[in-house]
Ligand binder design. Sequence first.
Ligand code: ACO
Length: 442
Amino acid sequence: MDFKKKMLAEKAKLIIDGKTYELPILESSYGEKVIDISSLRSRTGCVTLDYGFMNTGSCASAITYLDGEKGILNYRGYAIETLADECSFVEVSYLLINGCLPTENELRNFKMMMNKYALMHEDMIHFFDRFPPGSPPMSILSSTVNALSVFYPEMIDNPLEQIDKMAARLLSKVRTVAAFSYKKSLGQPLTYPRPDYSYCANFLNMMFDLPVAPYEVDPVIVNALDKLLILHADHEQNCSTATVRLVGSAQVNLYASISAGISALWGALHGGANQAVMEMLERIYLEGGDYKKYIEKAKDPDDSFRLFGFGHRVYKSHDPRSRILKNLCDEVLHTLNRSDPLLDLAKEIEEVALHDDYFVKRNLYPNVDFYSGIIYKAIGIPNDMFTVMFALGRLPGWIAQWKEMWDDENWRIGRPRQLYIGPKQRRFVPIGARNVCDEKYS
Ligand code: ACO
């Protein structure tokens, strides 16, 4: 599918030093206006300043649409709610990467390719032995994905011709790496992937199967994992995706670009928040459940504590993923006939925060990370693997965005500008004559 950018007849007017400049306005598929400032510096000598890229688009994309005010999230034009109900994670991955839902035949071929590439090079398996005990799984994941480019260098010459192969390889291998890193952290023997299992069943089996206690695949858990991964599969130009694009824009290969995205996702303000939420809930619970104390801490301007799992750069109303996850949480615990006091605690915190002036005024709602950890816990995944699970889910989105960038005729190396506020020309002082750094050298 070929999507063209739509330019409006209307222009934005910018006045600098009394001179008026007209800037083109583009319109998104949903009618949002986007001022094109790409000619700003050459015409006016000015650049823009936008900390955290709050208002700055870096690309045109046909992959994911989200409306933060209305709480809408669509992949390739399909509502997230529909995809989570009707599709498997592998179908959604195909959709994101290729632009269309697969036919039965296309899906079969995609799965066959994933099975073909699921195994890891035996030399790569030695990597796991060399990481010290207690290494964070995100660090292992990022390093190992980067190393894939050394073991599978065929894509370097013509990446777009190899993209299907690379996508299948990444999707199946990252799943294997994630499970192996968990097994290694426990000192347990590795369980290899099985071609007769679905994507999620395979992952769960590699995580939990033991020679002395074979893992029994539970369809409720497989279904929950499928949904979780779908909900995380893409989220337009967030921190890790923007990182994948920025690194890839320098013509870095897909594996290394995704390894950089994994590192970005690791941060507690981004994907690492799912682990931080769980740790926060556990701490509150162990301290007797006084969550109001933590809500007060989060509101205190002199306290750096934040209510993890709340707030979002783009969503200024409910994050649709968090709504689905809250229901999924109830469903999974009910079907497995389990209860979790942390779920009750999370619901109480949500209820209080949603009616608290501080959170209301700042449009702070639960985000995707608020309930996901409770489901991961119910299906047996430990806290320090939560962000790895997020990375596994986000993988097709990163691949799709990287592919779209390589395919874009406007693609250029990413290179932001800045507002320089340092000293002007300084007098050079030879090393022997230097004193401590102070103003006299300026
Ligand atoms: N708890 C308490 N206060 C918060 C929270 C929170 N979770 N989130 C934002 N605020 C407050 C800020 O202190 C700020 O208040 P102020 O205006 O009085 O200074 C205001 O809300 C705006 O916050 P910013 O940090 O400017 O918003 P930004 O868009 O830059 O940050 C972010 C968004 C990073 C997600 C933020 O809401 C946050 O830190 N949340 C907690 C971490 C988290 O859950 N991250 C996961 C996000 S989803 C994802 O990445 C997958």
